[in-house]
Design a protein around this ligand. Structure first.
Ligand SMILES: NC(=O)c1ccc[n+]([C@@H]2O[C@H](COP(=O)([O-])OP(=O)(O)OC[C@H]3O[C@@H](n4cnc5c(N)ncnc54)[C@H](O)[C@@H]3O)[C@@H](O)[C@H]2O)c1
Length: 314
């Protein structure tokens, strides 16, 4: 499998390139960045070859400038992490507008000459996934974003810690916006196959505190260590592995939703349960949420849809 990473000089792009270089089914990695990042990418490539020599891996790594987007040709998945980051001075909408311009340019250049899957990471990720979808003209299954997959992983850790069980025994998900209006689905949370609500201690689970913590998790890590990289990179790797092995797992990614979910009138990208396989998003799961959860999801959907409309014509 061949992967292109645009914005590879950044924290997530670099961490992802290391993780990918350890995966036996990955044959080529293209590190793509702006001209002023090329030296950093050349250094990253050298570092990765050292690391692969030490671990006995042999993946071909190439470096490209973002002025030659035809280099993406042949890549099964193109991960886009490029963008300005949010600081206190820029509003959420202005961030969306600035990053939408970057995403538009890249996606238009790519879709002119390549057929690939676009995997969006740049925030606000639901809005950027929408922008990539409308600008690329690709099929719905080919364009998706990390969405609430990472938030779901964070919720999984919180549930495991609370019930004092192995992380891998926990199944749960957060749907909606990768942002303030995200919705954890307690009704879809189970431990070892047993619905969490049937387990002792469930009624005291600190739902609101946990939700508040997860909403602010990214910022908390930025304050502590200038940004997260291993968590997002590992979450991205999950999805790439799932596609490469055609695993058909039900994960929560940002996907273009029209009328797949009852009660939603569509035209926006948002975190929903999807089946992930070799074709990318193979199906948006028609899931019946509990009424209270559904109302929150609908609100989240409307919030994201409004942002999507704001950047549509940028
Ligand atoms: N969806 C998620 O779950 C999730 C989680 C964490 C981070 N993110 C987002 O992922 C993105 C990347 O995060 P990071 O920590 O790697 O950021 P970073 O700042 O380390 O890297 C950003 C990359 O974008 C490039 N870039 C910056 N301005 C650019 C411009 N004007 N044009 C083209 N390229 C430009 C930089 O050169 C760099 O390669 C951010 O938008 C971040 O908010 C998403």
């Amino acid at each position: 499998m061949d992967i292109a990473i645009i914005g590879a000089s950044g924290k997530i792009g670099s961490a992802l390139s290391l993780l990918l270089s350890k995966e036996p089914y990955i044959k080529h990695i293209k590190l793509i960045g702006r001209d002023n990042s090329i030296n950093k990418l050349k250094g990253l490539k050298m570092d990765l070859y050292d690391s692969m020599a030490a671990s006995g891996q042999d993946t071909d790594i190439q470096v490209f400038s973002d002025s030659e987007m035809s280099c993406v040709n042949g890549s099964d998945i193109t991960v886009i992490t490029s963008g300005i980051s949010r600081n206190g001075e820029i509003s959420r909408l202005d961030l969306a507008k600035e990053n939408a311009k970057i995403v538009k340019k890249y996606v238009k250049d790519i879709s002119k000459c390549c057929d690939t899957k676009l995997f969006m990471i740049t925030n606000p990720v639901d809005v950027m996934t929408y922008k990539a979808y409308i600008e690329s003209g690709y099929e719905k299954n080919q364009v998706f974003g990390l969405g609430t997959h990472l938030d779901s992983m964070r919720f999984k850790v919180a549930v495991a810690k609370y019930f004092k069980v192995h992380i891998d025994d926990v199944r749960t998900r957060i749907v909606g916006e990768h942002g303030d209006s995200m919705v954890p689905l307690m009704s879809a949370t189970s431990i070892g196959g047993i619905p969490a609500r049937r387990l002792p201690g469930y009624e005291n689970f600190p739902y609101y505190e946990t939700l508040e913590r997860i909403r602010g998790y990214g910022k908390e890590i930025i304050d502590l260590k200038n940004g997260s990289e291993y968590g997002p990179a590992s979450a991205i790797l999950n999805i790439i592995r799932c596609i490469s092995q055609d695993e058909k797992r039900l994960l929560t990614l940002s996907a273009y939703v029209e009328d797949e979910i009852e009660g939603i009138s569509g035209g926006s990208c948002i975190g929903v349960p999807v089946k992930v396989g070799k074709n990318g998003i193979e199906e948006v799961i028609h899931m019946k949420m509990k009424q209270g959860e559904f109302e929150l999801f609908r609100e989240s959907f409307e919030i994201v849809k409004k942002y999507c409309k704001e950047i549509e014509t940028i």
